[in-house]
Design a protein around this ligand. Sequence first.
Ligand SMILES: *Cc1c(COP(=O)(O)O)cnc(C)c1O
Length: 426
Amino acid sequence: MDYFSYARDELFCEDVRVADIAAAHGTPVYVYSRQTFLDHLDRVRSAFSELNTLVCYSIKSCHNLNILRILEEHGASFDVVSVGELRRALEVDADPSQIVFAGVGKTDEEIGFAIDAGIGWFNVESEQELERVNHIAGKLNRTAGCALRVNPDVDPKTHRYTTTGKKETKFGVDLERARRVFAEFGNRSGVDLRGIHIHIGSPVNTVDPYVRSTQKAVALIELLRGDGHTIDTLNIGGGFGAHYTGDEAPPAKSYADAVAPILHGTGLRLILEPGRSIAANAGILVGRTIFTKAGGDKRFLITDAAMTELLRPALYDAYHFAWPVKPPSGFAPAHRSADLKPAGSVLVDVVGPVCESGDFLAKDRWLPPMERGDLLAVFSAGAYAAVMASRYNSRPLAAEVLVEGDRFRLIRRRETYDDMVRHERV
Ligand SMILES: *Cc1c(COP(=O)(O)O)cnc(C)c1O
């Protein structure tokens, strides 16, 4: 599933000792595996290869330019949700005509920039947005490719903060309204409304919500075609699962096999927007233990990695497997699982130094005994980790390192105090 593994009682990323990276670049540090990114991209591509598919990696999951460049060189296109992300894609020479742009609140400036750049599709989320895209494209003498984001009202059975395809969420327009939207905007000169977009949430660890939402989308497309509209694209978004607690995520092939029969004979081009399924297990966060102390019946492990580097536990109560980089002899885990409790392990909460009770990375975990100075790896931190980092408590943003075989290189240098205050010295 990835290239982070224990050998001789210590953690390696590909062929590099994770401890060597911490020694060279300090902690907290994100460590990414190039080969894992590429394997995951390849798995999605080959699973869906029998369909006419475009894979648009979701930049918001992990946006480092060096990683985008690698994915671009290996055939990925991009899904962006802001002009900042669009500019990252352009900076790595992505083909703009293959870029999709989603988001409920695109500003006029963002719409104009994207039309000017020649992006492939706006994933349009409201009637007002279509109005603006049409208007701005008209002024620029252009026609903007658009897909209407519809809300299939399917429950993906994931965290309420990451549920996006139910009626009460802010995303897309209701299925019933879609026909009216096409009737109103289908013939405007500034927009070429030719696709349907759905993105139901994340992570979705079952294939059934995709089946139901794709069925609803294809039924809608048939209706729209009957009304005389030309629809050539169906974008089913991202949200494919990743292994956080064990092996809970279905393989890409399962999603593909479930969705393919529904698309058969429709002639539709399929767009996918995977982020997490490509990035999550391609990165870890490494912190160093500052102190340990007793607290009630358990111990606290206070590390220099905190909610500022990995917000997901605080924000979603997310589970991330954590284990020492160099466990005591015999404590290397044979596999990563939420159920490990080796003899001699200790019940701990892993917390950071930030002044919030919500500042924790792991709660109630059985970990091998750890001492002040020991390194801890927090796994599955490739997606929605570095991109959500903050400087809260005046903590400079952490370094990012990319491993390629037996070499590693800095792909984002650690911020300095001066970096942090530069924009305040006005
Ligand atoms: C966040 C997002 C994605 C990516 O979701 P993952 O769970 O990372 O695969 C795809 N499409 C849209 C519109 C998104 O907002």
